[in-house]
Design a protein around this ligand. Structure first.
Ligand code: ADP
Ligand code: MG
Ligand code: ZN
Length: 476
């Protein structure tokens, strides 16, 4: 009997406001421990929180980008639990009146476009950080306490690790385009709780879920999903039941471990925070933010599909970084081969760019990039040469034609020259020809390897292969 897995995600995004959510302390990452703190974010008695307006504006942007309805009369609630990283013993969050409700995010999957439901977007404060000493003690750094977060909760709409990856990539790109977070995963600015259950294919009811907390790398998330899915299936196949629990993914052991049985909402004893006013958002405010929304990954996806027929993984990769999507948007109409334009950008240019970094400039003039694409599409140069030209164009502003001339990188397309070079190779290693004749087709690869080595990659592959097969094998 085959199983499918059902996944819903809670994603925490740290907002890049200058000050914390309820006080004027800095949100800067790092800093000597407990230097970005004050009575408010330390939860000292009598200190009163004041909501940072920027946080609400950022959350509205996120909500609108995810096609949600904005709650005009919202509220903040206390979520009570005891843990040393939370000095007040409650977190100020939002329960049933969050900033945004009921949206969706389109993702690209191997089966085509898919809508993943967004349940809600709410604002809350981050907790401090516990540092477990090797010698046994635990230290606490409250610098992160009170850093503003939005939590984005999805519907249980994903069915595989691939869909989760596509969702997270699109979501992260959307936040980056909005400019509301650094989304640096290694700094915990974009992290994810994975809720996962399994059920028999065809079943309409949801199985019992487990939750794996605070995963902050794509690689871990993928591994954690595969491993948790297998663990649950094995339990069910053995006649057991799944415990609803919170699990911790151990990246070193490649295994998840039970942390605690999962609280239900009522265990948190949510109630409205009496220290904070209701969050009232005026229609005009929402309208103003809406009309100032930047181009989003989803806008680009639709545009590139309509205009150039770009879809699937290529589309996903293309819209991932704003610098690349902007560049494509401006340059792709200068060539007849937008597909090659896209591929060169994704495969080669992305190597020069640190993903998600701000203010990236691609220093190649669009028209030169387009010329290069045309050279590839007209098979005047191959991809290997194109890559070298691209690296050169990154450093100097010159047409690819000039670079090919100056560097002597034009491919060798002259049949006679290629025949001569091929004969020299086969004189030294006639074995290649006899191997090929006796049916070992991989001998062609060996021949091409030697020829490319002799010509520093400049031999035209199509012509070279053709003369080997139709002429040179018979000569030796
Ligand atoms: P909690 O705070 O208890 O984790 P939330 O409502 O914030 O609750 O998040 C619950 C998450 O779990 C959502 O992303 C939801 O889609 C997902 N989820 C709920 N039930 C299941 C299930 N049976 N299988 C997989 N995911 C689920
Ligand atoms: Mg949860
Ligand atoms: Zn503070």
């Amino acid at each position: 009997m085959s199983y499918e897995c059902v996944i819903g995600l809670e994603v925490h995004v740290e907002l890049n406001t200058k000050s914390k959510i309820f006080c004027s302390c800095s949100t800067q990452f790092g800093g000597a421990p407990n230097t970005h703190v004050c009575p408010v974010c330390l939860g000292l008695p009598g200190a009163l929180p004041v909501l940072n307006k920027e946080v609400v504006a950022s959350a509205i942007k996120a909500g609108l980008a995810l096609n949600c309805a904005i709650t005009e009369n919202g509220r903040q609630d206390r979520k009570n639990y005891f843990y040393p990283d939370l000095p007040k013993a409650y977190q100020i969050s939002q329960s049933d009146l969050p900033i945004a409700l009921g949206g969706f995010l389109n993702i690209e999957t191997s089966k085509g476009l898919k809508k993943v439901g967004i349940t809600r977007v709410h604002i809350e404060e981050d907790a401090g950080k516990l540092i477990h000493e090797k010698t046994g003690g635990t230290l606490i750094d409250y610098n992160r306490g009170g850093v503003p977060l939005i939590e984005i909760v999805s519907e249980p709409d994903m069915r595989s690790a691939e869909e989760v990856k596509a969702y997270l990539q699109k979501l992260r790109a959307t936040m980056l385009y909005l400019g509301i977070s650094s989304c640096k995963m290694n700094e915990g600015a974009f992290r994810c709780d994975v809720n996962l259950s399994v059920r028999k294919v065809g079943s309409q009811t949801l199985g019992t879920r487990t939750e794996m907390k605070n995963l902050n790398s794509f690689a871990f998330i993928m591994k954690a999903i595969e491993s948790e899915k297998a663990r649950q299936i094995a339990i069910l196949e053995g006649g057991g039941v799944i415990d609803q629990e919170t699990r911790r993914w151990d990246a070193l052991k490649n295994q998840s471990f039970s942390m605690r049985s999962k609280e239900d909402a009522h265990d948190y004893r949510y109630f409205p925070d009496p220290d904070l006013k209701p969050i009232v958002i005026k229609t005009e405010e929402i309208q103003a933010i809406k009309s100032a929304m930047p181009q989003l990954p989803e806008d680009y996806r639709q545009l590139f599909l309509e205009r150039y027929g770009i879809k699937g993984d290529v589309s996903e990769q293309l819209v991932k970084d704003k610098a690349i999507a902007d560049y494509f948007s401006e340059g792709a109409n200068m060539t007849k081969s937008p597909e090659i334009f896209a591929n060169l950008l994704i495969m080669e240019v992305s190597k020069f760019i640190e993903s998600g970094s701000e203010n990236v400039m691609i220093p190649i003039e669009h028209k030169y990039f387009a010329e290069l694409v045309n050279l590839v599409s007209e098979t005047k140069i191959n991809l290997g040469i194109a890559k070298k030209v691209l690296s050169a164009m990154w450093l100097v502003s010159k047409s690819p034609l000039t670079i090919l001339d100056e560097k002597g990188w034009w491919p060798i397309v002259d049949r006679e020259v290629l025949l001569g070079l091929g004969r020299e190779i086969l004189k030294k290693t006639p074995q290649i020809a006899s191997d090929y004749r006796s049916g070992k087709k991989q001998a062609l690869g060996a021949f091409m390897g030697q020829l490319m080595k002799a010509t520093e990659g400049k031999a035209d592959p199509t012509i070279s292969e053709e003369i080997f097969v139709s002429q040179l094998v018979d000569e030796f």
